[in-house]
Structures are given as C-alpha cells and as structure tokens.
Design a protein. Structure first.
Length: 193
C-alpha cells in the first residue's frame, strides 16, 4: 500500500496558500463551480448514450438490462426463454467465481457484491419458472385438451405429465410435480385432487 505521507506534506505546505486564494477569488471560483456542475450533469447524461454503453463490460450491461427490462417481462416469456435466461445468469455467476479465484484478495468484496446481485436475479428467474410450471401443470391437469404455448419445446415434460395422470398413480404424480416445481406436498395435494 502506498504511503500517504506525500499527500499530507502537500496539504501542509499548500493548504494555507489554497485557502488564501479561495478567500481572495471567491466570485470567480463560484462561477467556475457552476460551470463544472453543468459539465458534470452533461457527463451524467452521456452515460445513457449508446457510445457509453459500447464501452461497458458485457456482463455489466446485461445486469442493467436484467434489472430494468428483463425481470419486468418474465411473466410474458415461455419456458424456453426463461431457461435461457437462467443459463446465462448461471454462466455469469460461474465467470465471477472464476475471476475471484484468479485475482487478488483485495477484489473479493467487489466479487461478492457482483455474486449477490446475480444470485438475486437467478432466484427471481427460478421462482418464476417454478410458479409458471406449476400453473401450467394445474391447467393441464384440469383440462387435458389444453395446448400449452408456455411449454413449447418441452413437449416431453407434458407427455410424461399426461402419462402420470392417465396411470392413476397419484403418488407418482405428486412426486413429479414436487420435483418440477418445488411446491410443498400439502399445496400439491390441495390443488391436484
């Protein structure tokens, strides 16, 4: 860690001079402060520009997209899209874990914060998948002719579910729903009876 002695020496030697200068030129400095403030707000607005976004790390840009757009639209997505989101977030978490192992200990708090942020998103996606799966299974259970657009490209799960319904083995049906949705057995028994 670098010594702060040179900084302390500068403050000791230049501090009185700077204070005297500010007292003598306060009108000019306040005008400059206003100008700097205007520039600062312009820089803040430029962070929203496409050029700024191009310079951002891909994972950071995706995190912003998840927070502002994707999480809000989870309800309207089918299982395939939700599963793609889940895989992407899990990959980002793995990347951060790999970076944490290969980099300095000093960056650990930064990595921990990133991991917590991405894990929070992953939990929301997994919960949405479980809830929507459960809802679709319930609809199919009550109406075997129902054609699920949510389970598009997951037709094998629907076939397996319908086979369990037709077999009459209610215990296996409950077990299947439990493993696919993580709902409690009491809730499953209440809804699928």
């Amino acid at each position: 860690m670098a010594s702060i002695k040179p900084l302390v020496d500068i403050v000791k030697t230049q501090g009185p001079t700077v204070t005297k200068f500010v007292k003598q030129n306060w009108k000019e400095i306040s005008g400059t402060a206003s100008f700097v403030s205007t520039i600062g707000s312009g820089l803040k607005n430029s962070k929203n520009s496409d050029q700024y976004k191009e310079k951002l790390h891909y994972r950071k840009l995706r995190y912003s997209e998840y927070k502002t757009k994707i999480l809000r639209e989870l309800e309207n997505k089918n299982r395939s899209v939700l599963f793609d989101y889940k895989l992407e977030v899990e990959q980002f978490i793995q990347q951060i874990n790999n970076e944490e192992r290969s980099e300095l200990v000093v960056k650990k708090p930064l990595h921990s914060k990133r991991l917590n942020n991405w894990n929070a998103i992953l939990i929301q996606i997994e919960d949405k998948i479980s809830a929507k799966d459960y809802h679709e299974y319930l609809i199919i259970y009550n109406n075997p002719d129902y054609q699920s657009t949510y389970f598009e490209r997951y037709e094998a799960q629907i076939l397996k579910f319908k086979e369990l319904i037709n077999s009459g083995d209610i215990a296996k049906l409950y077990e299947y729903i439990l493993t696919k949705t993580n709902k409690s057995i009491d809730v499953i028994k209440r809804d699928f009876s």
